[in-house]
Design a protein. Sequence first.
Length: 213
Amino acid sequence: MKLWNYDAFILDLDGTLIDSGKYHAQAFADAVLGQSGYSLKPYEHHEFFSKHSTWFAEDLNERYGLRLDPKKVLKHKRERVQEIFVAELFSGAREFLELWYGKKPMALATNSPLEFVEPALKDAEVWHFFDHITTASDVEKRKPDPEIIEVTVQKLQVDPLNTLVFEDQLIGIQAARSAGAKVVAVDNGQPVNYPVDVAVHSWSDLLKLSELN
């Protein structure tokens, strides 16, 4: 993979740049427990990573006959995340951003809302690396819909065919591909069955590839 061949980079946030999935999953579990008394099983914590809170709340209603209000679950989950979240970059992520800063336009495209994204990026001291930031607050439909990637490509004023998107989950990969962009899966240690034609690299791998370019 020749990173110099691309005109711009678009990065996902949760699970790609910062190790936030565990906090979102725990906050969702706490919201479900508080509203219904149901405790998520360990495998359901992992299942949460690939779904939206409202979708998963509806799934749990169907599975177990719960009476969760998806919108209230989402509200309580977001409030709980703010209480427990600590911004932790994945190893190698900061070095990657530092290496490419000023050399390639870089943007962030995330399903999280701005009220979470802004303090997370500032706490991790990476806000300044991004030319543009697109959040769930900026679009009508979140990933796997391509809207968030399309909006970000427009902000960057680049061709999606020459844009590389960094994602950790299948819904992000689907969004990037539907928008016409190229995509690389960032290995964060979670077991994900990526499509066989998607390159999978850790940030350490991507740093080495950057040096080769």
